[in-house]
Design a protein around this ligand. Structure first.
Ligand code: FES
Length: 64
């Protein structure tokens, strides 16, 4: 287990670094955009809160 790259979305096996990279490269603003881009959060929804926190960390805020 890599503490710096935790598994965020276990449904689709999406790790934190993949989400952060997609947000930075594609300038993603919403949880929906992250889902469209990475598929994270699109199955059971349990990881949506974590995606929110990653968006907030990178962008300083989250558009809904
Ligand atoms: S854990 Fe991400 S959609 Fe289920």
């Amino acid at each position: 287990m890599d503490d710096k790259n935790p598994l965020i979305c276990s449904c689709n096996e999406i790790y934190q670094q993949e989400i952060e990279q997609a947000i930075r490269e594609k300038n993603l603003k919403t949880i929906e955009e992250v889902g469209d881009e990475t598929t994270a959060g699109t199955v059971c929804g349990a990881c949506v809160d974590e995606i929110f926190l990653i968006l907030e960390k990178i962008n300083g805020k989250v558009d809904l």
